[in-house]
Design a binder for this molecule. Structure first.
Ligand SMILES: *Cc1c(COP(=O)(O)O)cnc(C)c1O
Length: 376
């Protein structure tokens, strides 16, 4: 390793996880959610592994993420689901990116782009079945269907998907789950009656948690995110056989003896209790090691867990190595699959009061992603 730090991504683990999810989804198609730089794992190499693992489609939040997939040579169908007024939709249509719409104004923008480019816009209609985030409220759903059908009759759009998203699929037994499924069924029924749900139209609802715990929500396609990266969508139910793909490592940049009662890092929140060796770990909050991890998170160095000693800074934090013979250049593991005694991303999330999605997506662009296990 020639850099201060790197995120090692095990592509074999990604392929394993996607294959496991595909199997759990029965016959449903798999759309891999690779937004946010494939949850921090690196967009293009990770997406290739996701497709090799058995996904037939990819999904991103933004169009620019989808265009980055195309620029990276990915030709599989891609859906983008967060589109704001005035975005350059022509470019998206020319790159054969499928677009989601939740209101008639956006459908009209998509249709205008289709007329300009001479392309038929492959469109997924999103219903809000109870999350109150994206999606058309059910009162607006019939209007959205009617508008989409009119544009489809004109030949400018093609309705290819009908979909929604769960608010609480990661909370087994949450009362909203059944209500959302019922609302989705009602939305599909209206689409059928309106003639917008032909047999080729893909119905999709399930995220990772729903794929693994709610088989009746698989429909025609599932949309895993976090589970593809090997992190449990419902940690209290275990790991489901998933393998964490990312290992975050750094090399000690400086090791030095300091006397007892040395105040360490900004604010002197940590004070040495005896003469000791401090190690400087060259990762900080600019790299996604939250300042909030001060005093809360641990790393593995020299085969032992060490607490972060004092404040996490922008580019670095310190660990107290006692009298252990650690030196500059030695490797520190912040998190990984856990097999060598290192903390997991789940442990970081638990210690920081967050979810693993936030731990992996925040690893900054300054940290190179290094791939292992490529090839099928
Ligand atoms: C992020 C996202 C997913 C994947 O969610 P996970 O909980 O990570 O599996 C699926 N669908 C949509 C619309 C998303 O935004």
């Amino acid at each position: 390793m020639a850099t201060p730090a790197e995120a090692r991504v095990d592509l074999a683990a990604i392929r394993h996880n996607v294959a496991l999810l595909k199997e759990r989804a029965g016959g449903a198609e798999v759309l891999g959610a690779v937004k946010a730089d494939a949850y921090g794992h690196g967009l293009v190499p990770t997406s290739e592994a996701v497709l090799q693992g058995g996904a037939s489609r990819l999904g991103t939040a933004y169009i620019r993420e989808a265009l980055a997939l195309r620029a990276g040579g990915i030709t599989a169908p891609v859906l983008s689901w967060i589109i704001t007024p005035g975005e350059p939709l022509d470019e998206a249509l020319e790159a054969e990116i499928e677009l989601s719409a939740a209101d008639e104004a956006l459908l009209d923008e998509i249709a205008a782009a289709a007329r300009r480019t001479g392309r038929t816009a492959r469109t997924h209609l999103e219903a809000d079945t109870g999350m109150s985030r994206g999606g058309a409220p059910l009162a607006a759903w019939p209007g959205l269907l009617a508008r989409a059908l009119a544009l489809q009759a004109e030949g400018v759009i093609e309705i290819v998907g009908l979909w929604s998203h769960f608010a609480c699929a990661d909370v087994p037994g949450h009362g909203s789950i059944d209500r959302q499924i019922d609302a989705f069924e009602a939305a599909l029924k209206q689409a059928e009656q309106a003639g917008a749900a032909g047999s080729h139209v893909i119905r999709h609802l399930a995220n990772s948690a729903a794929i693994l715990t709610l088989p009746r929500t698989h429909y025609d396609m599932v949309r895993p995110g976090i589970a593809m990266y090997g992190l449990s969508p419902v940690p209290e139910l275990g790991d489901f056989g998933l393998r964490p793909a990312m290992t975050l490592v750094a090399r000690i940049a400086l090791a030095k003896r300091v006397p007892e009662s040395s105040g360490v890092s900004y604010g002197h929140l940590y004070v040495t209790s005896s003469e000791t060796t401090l190690g400087l770990v060259p990762l900080g909050y600019a790299d996604g090691i939250l300042r909030h991890a001060t005093g809360r998170a641990e790393v593995l160095a020299g085969g032992r867990r060490r607490a972060i000693a004092g404040r996490v800074c922008m580019d670095q934090f310190m660990i107290d190595m006692g009298d252990d013979p650690l030196a500059a250049g030695d490797e520190v593991i912040l998190f990984g699959p856990g097999g060598r005694g290192e903390p997991t991303a789940q442990e970081w999330a638990d210690n920081l009061g967050t979810i693993t999605h936030e731990i992996v997506t925040r690893i900054g662009s300054r940290v190179p992603r290094v791939y292992r296990g490529s090839g099928t």
